[in-house]
Structure formats: structure tokens, C-alpha cells
Design a protein around this ligand. Structure first.
Ligand SMILES: Cc1cc2nc3c(=O)[nH]c(=O)nc-3n(C[C@H](O)[C@H](O)[C@H](O)COP(=O)(O)O)c2cc1C
Length: 355
């Protein structure tokens, strides 16, 4: 009898369970990727916030923690993207994920190298476009999801995409437990992808005081804002976000410039270079100067929370699901619990619970 949890996702990516730990900037560092892979999930290293020089050593670090396969996330607008692509091919990672993605030629390069391309999409038209470009699977992120996110909920978007494309589909946005995995499989997805749930683990290297903001947050403490870079992003409300949301044009510019000095100290990039980066990232037009600078220096705001452990001075990207989670399990415990619960839900529906 076949195991309902041994899906195409497991077969294609070589992981034990149909669970992906998604990439999260400054969060999905080698420690988290290694721990989630060792637990039987498939982890993605967040390289969209790394320089080309940092990518190789980060991949090696994951390989020092786990012998399991894993993937890397990047986007084509980041500095040195072409070099990063070469590094991923040289190091033969198992899969790549991306939001704003490579073109057909680039996808063909990955495929020729045997690397699976699994973009994240937030709309049916993007899923169709990605499939036309030749990707292997798509991760569909419903509006509940963390980071930049769309407006259509998983319950509506997932079946829409399943109906629209023929490649394997992975469900993301709001998933955190075995009930969600069983439901996603019932929809016809090949597994689930989770960001926030993996951020909220003991193995995640984000400082404890920042993780406590996530465990304390209820769903009412989570909001969608376009104030950071013009695109909708889900955040836990905090002191910094309140200041940004209330700020008029001038105040916004001053707030952004004060962080821009910090960004210059960190990266050596001038304000002009920062503005150029913001423009290249293809953000929605019509941003004020303050908003453009804010978009460019957003990385500093995320680093303050995720690296420096100053959640009140930084920004807290999250999925809505953080509002119902208040624990920090280890990845082992988390994945084992999801698998146990999914099997029990499937058994309750008359599906064989194990292989
Ligand atoms: C803190 C945080 C940072 C994120 N950074 C990235 C990123 O760098 N690249 C990316 O493609 N997606 C990023 N995302 C989106 C996640 O990879 C994932 O698609 C999303 O969290 C799924 O929804 P969930 O949080 O409800 O599980 C981020 C999400 C969060 C919460």
C-alpha cells in the first residue's frame, strides 16, 4: 500500500516528508536549513540577502550540518545575481526558489544542471507564466502568508492554481500543522511549504527576544502594509511600523535617511546606489522619495530584528499564522508532530495512515 505522505515532492527533492521550510531573509540561515533537513523536511537557504561571496560558504555550512538535500532562494535583481547562479550550479544544490524570477534561458540552465526550479507565486497568472518558462513545480502562497504577499487566501488560490497548471503544486500561506498538511494533500497539492512556523522554532537562529514578539502576537497584532516598499507585506505591529505608518512625507524621508546612514556604514553603499537598488527591484511606481529610500534601506530594519535582536527598532515580517502559534518547538519535534497529526487526520478520513 503506498504511503500518502510519500508524494512527488519527496520523490523529486529527496526529502523524507512533503514539507518545505521556505526561505526567509536573515532567518533561513544555515542553522535553520540544516535542522529542518535533518528533521526530514526540505529546507531553502535565504540567499536573496547574501552577497555572491557569502553564498558558497553558507552552502558549505549547511552541508556541514546535514547530508540531506536542500535548496537556495535568490532573485535576479540582487547584486551579483549572475554570479550566484553560477555558484548554485557549481555547488549542485538540489533546488532553487525565487519570487521575482529568472527568464527561460536561466531556468533551462538550472534544469540542464539537474536543479529543480520551484518559484513561489501569489496569483494564477504568475503560476501559468512560470510553467510556460519551464519550472518543475510551483509553490502557491495564499494571502495569509508571510513577507510580500498577495490578496487571495490559500483556500481560494490553491484550487485555482491546481486547476490551471499541470506541474506539481506545493501549498503555502498559513500552514503550520498536520491538519494543514492533510488538507493540502486533499486539495491535490504535493505538500506544504511553511515560513513563519519554521521561524518560530528553537533551531531558528533569530534572537530569543525577537522570537518572543512572534509567540506573543495574536492575529489582531498582525497587519498588511504597503508603507515599507510600496508592495503589500505582512508584519507584526510594533513601535517602528507604527512610526512608519503614521509618518507624513517629510517624516518618512527623515526616518528613512536616519537608517540609510546605518546602511551606508554596514554596506558602504551611497544613497544614490541605494535608490538605484530600490528602482531595480521593480517596486511599484509612484513612491515618494522617502518611500523609495525606505524600500532601499528595509534590509537594515529587518536585520535589527532578525540579527541584532532589537525587535522594537526593526521590522517583523510574518505570516498571519503567527497569531495562533505560541510555542518554539525544535524542528525535529515540529516535523514529527506534523507527520503524526497528518497521518491521524488522513486515517480518520479513511486514507491508510502509513506505508
Ligand atoms: C520573515 C520572513 C522573511 C521572508 N523572506 C523571504 C525571502 O527572502 N524570499 C522569499 O522568496 N520569500 C520570503 N518570505 C516568504 C516565505 O518564504 C514564505 O513564502 C511564507 O512565509 C509562507 O507563508 P507562512 O509564513 O504563512 O508559512 C519571507 C517570509 C517571512 C515570514
Amino acid at each position: 500500500m503506498s504511503d500518502p505522505l510519500n508524494t512527488l515532492l519527496c520523490q523529486r527533492l529527496g526529502c523524507r516528508y512533503p514539507i518545505i521550510q521556505t526561505a526567509m531573509g536573515w532567518v533561513a540561515r544555515p542553522e535553520l536549513v540544516g535542522a529542518s533537513c535533518n528533521a526530514g523536511a526540505f529546507g531553502f537557504l535565504a540567499a536573496a540577502v547574501l552577497s555572491p561571496e557569502e553564498v558558497g560558504p553558507a552552502i558549505d555550512r549547511v552541508r556541514s550540518i546535514t547530508s540531506a538535500p536542500f535548496g537556495v532562494n535568490f532573485h535576479m535583481f540582487q547584486p551579483g545575481a549572475e554570479r550566484i547562479v553560477d555558484i548554485l550550479i557549481e555547488r549542485k544544490v538540489t533546488a532553487v526558489s525565487f519570487g521575482r524570477g529568472p527568464d527561460k534561458k536561466m531556468i533551462a540552465r538550472f534544469r540542464d544542471a539537474g536543479i529543480a526550479c520551484i518559484p513561489t507565486v501569489g496569483a494564477v497568472k504568475h503560476a501559468k507564466k512560470m510553467v510556460e518558462l519551464g519550472v518543475d513545480m510551483v509553490t502557491v502562497q495564499g494571502g495569509e502568508g508571510g513577507g510580500h504577499t498577495g490578496s487571495v487566501a490559500s483556500t481560494v488560490l490553491l484550487p485555482q492554481v491546481l486547476d490551471a497548471v499541470k506541474v506539481p503544486v506545493v501549498a503555502a500561506g498559513g500552514f503550520a500543522d498536520g491538519r494543514g498538511l492533510a488538507a493540502a494533500l486533499a486539495y491535490g497539492a504535493q505538500g506544504i511549504a511553511m515560513g513563519t512556523r519554521f521561524l518560530m522554532t528553537r533551531d531558528c537562529p533569530v534572537p530569543q527576544q525577537t522570537k518572543e514578539r512572534y509567540t506573543r502576537a495574536g492575529t489582531d497584532d498582525i497587519t498588511l502594509t504597503t508603507k515599507i516598499d510600496g508592495l503589500p507585506q505582512r508584519m507584526i505591529r510594533n513601535e517602528t511600523l507604527a512610526r512608519i505608518e503614521k509618518a507624513g512625507r517629510l517624516r518618512m524621508l527623515l526616518l528613512a535617511l536616519s537608517s540609510a546612514w546605518q546602511m551606508k556604514r554596514l554596506t558602504g553603499a551611497s544613497i544614490t546606489e541605494l535608490l538605484g537598488a530600490a528602482r531595480k527591484m521593480g517596486h511599484a511606481g509612484g513612491l515618494t522619495l522617502g518611500q523609495s529610500v525606505m524600500a532601499a534601506i528595509a534590509p537594515v530594519m529587518f536585520q535589527r530584528s532578525m540579527i541584532a535582536g532589537e525587535p522594537q527598532r526593526g521590522l517583523l515580517a510574518t505570516g498571519l499564522v503567527a497569531g495562533r502559534l505560541n510555542d518554539l518547538p525544535g524542528c525535529d519535534e515540529l516535523v514529527a508532530g506534523i507527520v503524526r497529526e497528518a497521518r491521524s487526520r488522513l486515517a480518520a478520513l479513511g486514507v491508510p495512515a502509513s506505508a
